[in-house]
Design a protein around this ligand. Sequence first.
Ligand code: ADP
Ligand code: MG
Length: 929
Amino acid sequence: MHLRVNGLSGFVCSLSRATSCSIAEVKSGIQSLTGIPCIQQKVVCDDRELEDEELLESLVPDNSMEVERSLELVLLRIDPARAEALHAVRCNGLCLETLPEELRGDRDIVLAAVKNTGFAVIHAHPELRSDREIALASVSDRGFVLRYLEDSLKADRGVVLAAVGNDGFALRHASDGLRADREVALRAVRTNGSAVQYVGNCLAQDREIALAAVSSSGAALRYVAPVFRRDRDVVLAAVRSCGQALKFIEDERLREDPEVALAAVRSDFTAFQHVPFQLKTDRTIALAAVKQSARIFKSLPETVKSDREVALAAVQNDGFLLNLITQELQHDRDIVLAAVSNSAVLGYACVEMQEDREVVLAAVRHEGTMLQYSSGKLKSDAEVVLTAVKHNGFAVVYADGKLRCCREVMLEAVRNSGSVLQWAPEELKMDLQVALAAVASNPAATKFVSEELKKKRKFWLAALRQNIGVTEFLPKKLRRDQGELGQGLRKLSAEAYKKLDAEKQQLEAKLQSAQGSPKASKQLPEVLGKVQLALAQGKKQVSDLRTTVAAEIQQVLPQVLHEVMQSKAAELKKLLDAGAQEWKEKYSIECDRRRKLHNLVQELKGNIRVYCRVRPMTDAEAAQGCCIAFPAPDEIQISNPDLGLKKSWQFNEIYRQNSQQEDLFSGIRDLVVSMLDGYNVCMFAYGQTGSGKTFSMQGSKENPGVYTRTFSELFKVAKERIGWKIELKGACVEIYNEEIRDLLLGPNDKKQKLQVRQGKEGNFVPGLTMQTVHNVEEVEMLLNTAQMNRTVAATDMNLHSSRSHLAVQILGTMTNPDGKQFSSAITLVDLAGSERLAKSGVSGDRAKEAIAINKSLSALGDVIAARAQKNAHTPYRNSILTHFLQDSLGGDSKTLMLLQINPCASHVEESMCSLTFGARVNAVEMKKS
Ligand code: ADP
Ligand code: MG
């Protein structure tokens, strides 16, 4: 076979044996062989291009020796360089720039490039810049590239319409004639109101255009003719679409018009700052603002602050404002009720309210531990205490001593949180029902059950029957006499194999999908071959193993059970131990293999990943417009109409406005497995205040975020690793003004200055509280404690939390069935707000805070960049944040940056900064492959 294209002979050889084969099949075969998708291929025979429908048979008369010779005529004309270029520009149009000149003059390639990114047209060969089809495709994607096109195209109505439909500002580059075209102008201002500044002079007095412009973007009010700026309808339409337009109103009369001000504030509460002073005392306007954002309350004039309805709306929105309302209103029962139902603020209420039964009930219903702030009398009120412990079992520690001994109260408390059994009186620790309720909610509470009860067989039997996971706490003596245990073991081993198999299948599926991603495709064929081989072998071994072990268990178990009946306890133990040992060995080999494969998949995905999440807008924000679009599944685009600019970025994952907490977590779940495999994992939520960092990380009780989900998964995976010993410890710190604060220490605990030190096994912080955790409830308790300690220390929680970093860390020590030990940590950080704090006009504490935040966030960026570029020096010591996380950020650890974006047009600049920060981290990692 004489084929002139490298690497294709294998395919044609197999073709020659095919009896019937169409040209289309020849093409798709070549495609699968070369791994280059979608290339344009021609099959030429005797200078004639063959049609897809033609059959090779018809060219090769019979299926004989003749076949080989005739096929020599089938010449495949594939230019590998061209095919690769096509593929590259389809994935990223801007690659066009890097191609040699003749390819930049190839019409198909240029067309593919501009379809991906219209901007690519500037890299096309000059000859192609007058091509209408290319021009249309470019401006439909990026309107502003109209600017780079030939003059003839700037006067082409179809091209200009497409351009202004994509980006109103493109109007600026259209020919004079088209700028005076009413339909073109209307389309442009509907896309972007501010484009009204570029419409031809003859249209300047057109009221419909002016109205359309301000309705699409209120800020366009600046650019409409003076007569429209005095036109009440136009002004109202402007502030309705963008509250901030209020500041562009020049007409005195309209600025002081309450209806205009109200409309502006309704569309964007931040416009309140531009409301003229005399209207700020208007309670309707104040109320509209406060209902949208409680934060406005602080900037209200005193007279309005003391308005009952305004104060009520404020605390309904944010309970913490209870602190800021007038003394008189702090005694208003409805207001306090609303505040404590919204936030855990009973501590801020006046004494009189802390003694009010209804208020306290509402508070403990919202947060059980608020019981601590209620008056002594209510701490002995059974209904109040019961309500509190039902919400949070932990609250029982604040109840009156008598109630703590009450069986009904303790039963509710342990049902909610098993570990509070430790505070129960001895007789309740002996109570079978109380003890069972506690271990059902948290098996680790077994250690608090009275020793007396634990000696009894009935306690263990009841627990096992209810399927409570107490086997690991079972006393040795009882273990031997357990028929039920034997069954339990069999079930567990069957589950272990099922799980192992499922995990392998998942790995395989992931590898297949990773193969599709352009980033991995270059290194993949080789790696993939190895991995698939390893997988196939692994899979076979597992299934062999399963058959043999199943057969063994099948044989051994009836006998074992029989012997139990005969009370041959010693023999049973020996048998079980021997079986377990063998099983443990095989299992451990499998585990090791799985660990390596899992890590390989993670490395293919990149040890540094950047995800981006865009939060949904409130109605008021939606009225101001959205600056974010998604041109492709992994691409996010931002448009800044004021600068007439559009910019796109690609990230590993992009979660759009409608994404759910579980969507985000499914992109993170793998990292939990990596952590239990011994790799350090670090995840950061980055973004300006209000962009959703805390929502993603912490979430709410009903809709928990990354913290809770990570820990649940951690314990779930740990539990499934039978034969492993996994110990987990948690720490929680806040980094504020370059100082580390231990959040597990309460207001009354003695605190020492915390500093990062270098130890033998890496960095550590001497004196930092590390609490052992056995289950999710205990982690939640730890988080609650941390949250409470953080709240107690801060005067304004919202402000404070946006200026400090919160790091939750879980350290794991894993011992596999062989006794091999790994240790690693997963650290989840809710970073301080990344907004650029005003450079001038701040001094004192605010300036110090701003410096500390800038320093630590830029150090974080530098460290990740240095690491991805494999620089010799990584500047961990430039900030406390990076120094504290040095071990978790270095080596082969996994880092995930979650960029949070507020899509509202008024935040376009901050969002741009966040995306640029993320792109820097992302870009360096991409270069690796
Ligand atoms: P940050 O911690 O970045 O300052 P928050 O997490 O406090 O921001 O979010 C600001 C507001 O936006 C909160 O009211 C929050 O409930 C809301 N929010 C953020 N992300 C989402 C989301 N994905 N879905 C719904 N609401 C969200
Ligand atoms: Mg926050």
